[in-house]
Design a protein around this ligand. Sequence first.
Ligand SMILES: *Cc1c(COP(=O)(O)O)cnc(C)c1O
Length: 391
Amino acid sequence: MRAIRKDFLPLSRPSLGEEEIQEVVDTLRSGWITTGPKVAWFEQRLRDYLQVPEAIAVSSGTAALHLALLGAGIGAGDEVITTSMTFAATANAIVLTGARPVLVDCEAGTLNLDAGAVESRVTEKTRAILPVHFAGQPCAMNEILDIARRRHLLVIEDAAHALGAAYRGTKIGAVGDATMFSFHPIKSITTGEGGLVATRDAEWADRMRLLRFHGIRTSAWERQAGGKSPLYAVEAPGFKYTMMDIQAAIGIHQAARLDGFIERRTLLAERYREKFSQIEGVRPLAPVAYPVRHAWHLFVVELELEKLDIDRGEFLDILKQRNIGAGVHFPALHLQPYYQKAFGYRAADFPNAGRASGRILSLPLFPAMSEEDVDDVAGTVEGILQEHRKP
Ligand SMILES: *Cc1c(COP(=O)(O)O)cnc(C)c1O
């Protein structure tokens, strides 16, 4: 058996440098720690990076999705089409607006929303299509946008995995009508917790800004430092979804390092792909056939379980015993008790998502990983497959 590595290799670890630390210290000393000038600076960085006129920073990716949907006026009686192969937050945000999440299957190879499955699910209640760029690889946006234009639907993208990705030369964030990003520590860049919506639509952006802060147009910072009156008007029953300057302080410097992070992730992912092309019993996700920049948020492989005498849970346990972390992104939503009970989904509904759900695992991938770490993971996976091959 291959020697077990001495230190535990986690699934992911954020790369935080001295600049992030100093900016947080500067914020703590400044006398203003919540939403203020650093959030404005962070939003400016992302507008410039994404080349979109509007970027609204919020407290999480989930909050960003919720606001994007509410800002589009989506609510009770409406339907939003999304994929079963995603994190709970995607569909939960739809449910929390009062709308119905209409799930469709994913493609078997990429696990991206299957654009070909969308049109037959469009009804007169459908308001939006919500694709998820799985693992950071962009969905077939031309096909999705074409359906949306013909059927008068919005395209709201869950790009929690895809900051820095591009579809046919356009950055994700500037492709659909509104795009959500997450800055949870596992994602491409982090603010601790945080999220953002990017859009070209100034009125939609205005509604999201209103709803992120109690339905009040002027922030406390603008009233204290911007010379605005301490009086305020409540225009809607808004949320408290604001990002703090402490969070934005981290994000400002993370954003500057994003392209470097993606280059490093790409190099490590290419190395994984090359290793796994020589290993029987495990298959990385397929690349798409159109030109993209993959953000490589996750490195997901599918196990050929019929060849093994262990299941996926046992495989994960053995990996952990050998000091390698892993994850499952994601158990399909149509298999979840809430979605079955509330919307009548059944296990057999979406064969690709259902099949992948029981076989996929995400292997360690983060910028500070070394090439030797990749070799270690691939070698350990190969070893487990050999030890547990059915006779
Ligand atoms: C992480 C994630 C979210 C939620 O983002 P948070 O910042 O954790 O709220 C939504 N959708 C997908 C696909 C994600 O991976």
